[in-house]
Design a protein. Structure first.
Length: 461
């Protein structure tokens, strides 16, 4: 792991920062936009669904495009869509324009996350893959409390005569433009280049990483003798149907369950939080304060995940985090005192971000290079589809049965996801190629991470 790797991880983190910013903007602005545009039940559901429907489209289309034209080209497409849609939201004259712009933003966001996961998988070495992928997400999750603080400062004000919610959209657009120019310097994934037959280009990109490692003291191993030499292992390009055949079909089904059930579990907290708090008798100012304090747990949970994901098996981290989310979320749904609401909200945010980072890392390790972004995109699209459907049954459930019913349904969905993940394959410390060939948990080969007794004397390239 070199400074060269870390620079690209930081570039990923910058882009992810504004993605997370946009994802959490809805929960902070929901009450304000509801009052500004007089949103009723059906219109409110359409507004909430617009971004996630766009994300569904983006995940399906851009995910496949990234496996055809490369990770770098897909990045430029997603950032262009996101920045254009966000500045248009800041200028939207009516709710239907805002909904259309949010759909465009969703297309960009839906394609961005699968491409980011694939790129990190392609360039990070196995022994430190979890830590540095989590670090990229941790930097991004700083956006969560930033959104909350900006909401407190701007949402009920109008600097220079412009509504605060418009300023919040404009800030996201400027950040996306900055990210666009920074990411122009990203190299293409050498793994992807090799799978499409562009071996010379893959060698040139890899050589840059090797020179960076040599500059930091790493030395390549001695060349093998003619008798010892083996032909280089070149990963073949696979057809899409391989995702639905052994050995990949099992993990495709498992990850589909995880992504589809996740939004049901945290929808009440992330999307209906301010409405739920208002239903408990708190005014908008108090609700935003509770939300902001709760969202401070986002970077903390993400930071904790950095120090966990390479120390324990990913699937067991996921199972524990999902179970904790179910218990804490259920308690949050029935909490009444400001102190309990804040503490439980903070704890829920912490474990949610541990779960989120572990999910991204676990998924980026599941599939071969030629199908990685396609699979990530399709699976993420299920998440978006589930999120898009949620307002149409969660909001009626909220108004019909109350806050507690929303969190009971969410807890049940999360616990089902935890049970499914327990049947996944091991991935910690394994090469992507070894993980791709394992069909059952017991098939996973020996991790590449040295044991504690030998780690001190083993040189890690």
């Amino acid at each position: 792991m070199t400074a060269h790797h870390k620079r690209f991880v930081n570039v990923m983190a910058l882009g992810n920062f504004f993605e997370i910013y946009e994802l959490f903007l809805t929960s902070v602005l929901l009450s304000t936009l509801k009052n500004t545009f007089s949103l009723n039940g059906p219109t409110l559901s359409v507004f909430l669904a617009s971004t996630v429907v766009g994300s569904f489209v983006g995940a399906v289309v851009v995910g496949r495009v990234a496996d055809r034209i490369g990770r770098r080209g897909a990045y430029m497409i997603t950032l262009s869509l996101y920045s254009a849609g966000t500045i248009a939201c800041a200028c939207a004259p009516d709710i239907w324009t805002l909904i259309a712009c949010r759909f465009v933003i969703g297309v960009g966001l839906g394609g961005e996350l699968p491409v980011t996961d694939s790129y990190l998988a392609d360039i990070l070495p196995p022994a430190r893959r979890g830590y540095y992928a989590a670090r990229a997400y941790t930097c991004a999750h700083v956006a969560v409390p930033v959104v909350g603080l900006l909401g407190l400062l701007l949402v009920d004000k109008a600097p220079f005569g412009v509504a605060g919610w418009r300023w919040m959209f404009a800030i996201g657009s400027l950040g996306a433009l900055l990210t666009f120019f920074v990411r122009r310097g990203l190299p293409e994934s050498p793994r992807w280049l090799e799978t499409v037959g562009r071996t010379a280009e893959a060698d040139r990109v890899t050589a840059v990483f090797e020179k960076a490692a040599e500059a930091e003291g790493w030395r390549p191993p001695p060349m093998p003798t003619k008798e010892e030499a083996m032909p280089p292992a070149v990963e073949k390009s696979l057809p899409v149907r391989a995702l639905f055949r052994a050995p990949l079909a099992r993990r495709t089904a498992l990850m589909a369950l995880l992504w589809a059930l996740g939004p049901i579990g945290y929808y009440g907290f992330h999307n209906l939080a301010t409405l739920a708090l208002e239903a408990k008798g708190f005014d908008l100012g108090s609700s935003l304060t509770f939300m902001t304090l709760s969202l401070l747990g986002s970077p903390l949970g993400s930071y904790l995940s950095m120090h966990i994901v390479d120390r324990a098996e990913r699937k067991w981290i996921l199972c524990v985090a999902l179970t904790a989310m179910a218990v804490i979320g259920l308690a949050y749904g029935y909490a009444q005192s400001p102190v309990m609401i804040t503490v439980l909200g903070f704890c829920f945010t912490v474990v949610t971000n541990i779960k989120t980072n572990a999910t991204h890392i676990y998924q980026l390790e599941q599939f071969p290079t030629s199908l990685r972004t396609t699979a990530n995109g399709w699976l993420f699209s299920l998440n978006r589809l589930s999120s898009a459907a949620a307002p149409f049954y969660m909001i009626p459930l909220f108004y019909g049965a109350g806050v507690g019913a929303v969190f009971i349904v969410g807890a049940a969905a999360i616990l089902l996801a935890a049970i499914a993940v327990a049947f996944g394959v091991r991935t910690r410390g394994l090469s992507l190629e070894d993980i791709s060939t394992a069909s059952r948990p017991e098939d996973s080969p020996t991790p590449l991470i040295p044991s504690p007794s030998t780690r001190a004397t083993t040189r890690k390239p």
